[in-house]
Design a protein around this ligand. Sequence first.
Ligand code: SDX
Length: 390
Amino acid sequence: LTGIITLDPGYKNSGSCTSKITFLDGELGILRYRGYSIEDLAEKADFLEVSFLLIFGELPTAEQLEQFEVDIRKYTLVNEEMKSIIDGFPRTAHPMGVLAALTSALTAFNPKSVNVDNDKEMYQAVCKTMGKFLVIATWTYRKSMGYPLNYYDNTKGYVENFMNLMFKLPTEPYKASPIVIDALDKLFILHADHEQNCSTSTVRMVGSSHAGLFASISAGVSALWGPLHGGANQAVLEMLEEIHKNGGDTDAYMAKAKDKEDPFRLMGFGHRVYKSFDPRAQIIKKAANEVLETLGVDDPILAIAKKLEAAALEDEYFKSRNLYPNVDFYSGIIYRALGIPTDMFTVMFAIGRLPGWIAQWKEMRENKEPIGRPRQIYTGAALRDFNKPE
Ligand code: SDX
């Protein structure tokens, strides 16, 4: 299974593309980043290592990884004027809307477009994006809570800084537990890239007009927000909480999901590509058990999720349509156990997906791909004479 396919010359207008970054097999439930299995990477690598692999094509040496972390730290200061932009939002604004706006605003403070053919410039743009995006992503939470904004702590690692930026109070130092850091590292790795999904295709499409990296990533954030895509992880938790509130009656929700008259879908189930298990969902389900047990969290929502999954896997409607749990089904249960609020779940997805967006944007530009311009099948009116309606 090499994943190499031949494309007819017309593919350039079809919205398809060639890529060396991620390989998916939806029938066999296979996911690989640059040829490495997601199971190996989730178990043996850390998030910055996987980010380097996705973006530059090879796993970093220990020295390269250390330098990558040092170079990211150089760009974690966000222009203070950005604070007046975030001040303009109501506290009730959804963090994903604020994140999309702040990401686009970064262009205002970093106007020079990156020359992708200049390795030094491209590397600097990668480090700048990785550094600033993490900070502004956590600022959306701090804003929603009315808390003072935190700064990146150069004495801590990248993933530990996420928790530090989110939860550090001005009055005391913050220390995240290794269990939490390990769980987050794994979750970010599992979300890091996924071939030509909706938000990644958006980043490539916007970047194909030679719009800048921040502008392209901002468009990807907006696409990810939708409940059919990355917004599903928030919708899953809201669905499970509602089932719990209604006494844990999963049958009623299964019936709603199968009712063609009802727009309700079982959130966290089904996938455009996977017609068997989403390998990420299986790893996250195992991690959810481990993290909740280690943290001593007894969350009834986990039991409801497992009951719903078991019911769906037995149900003819779901089986006949190859509907299995996807990456969003269990991830929110871990985020909740780590104290992350539900409306930040999709921001978590964006932080994980960032290196994939960067890698795909970089590849598309290095391949000198033409501007994205999918065609259509026209089904409208044939030529008509111009007669004004009576
Ligand atoms: C992500 O593309 C990616 O790689 C995305 C992603 C990534 O890493 O970037 O993996 C992340 O977005 C995961 C998906 C998260 N979304 C959800 O969990 C929302 C709930 N699931 C869906 O709405 C749905 O399954 C989609 C959007 C994921 C896929 O939608 P499709 O392509 O329209 O589904 P399909 O063509 O496979 O559907 C086939 C049938 C249809 O019924 P029939 O017309 O055959 O009668 O299955 C039904 C659908 O109505 N169906 C569902 C269902 N998902 C599909 N019925 C009930 N509940 C569901 N969840």
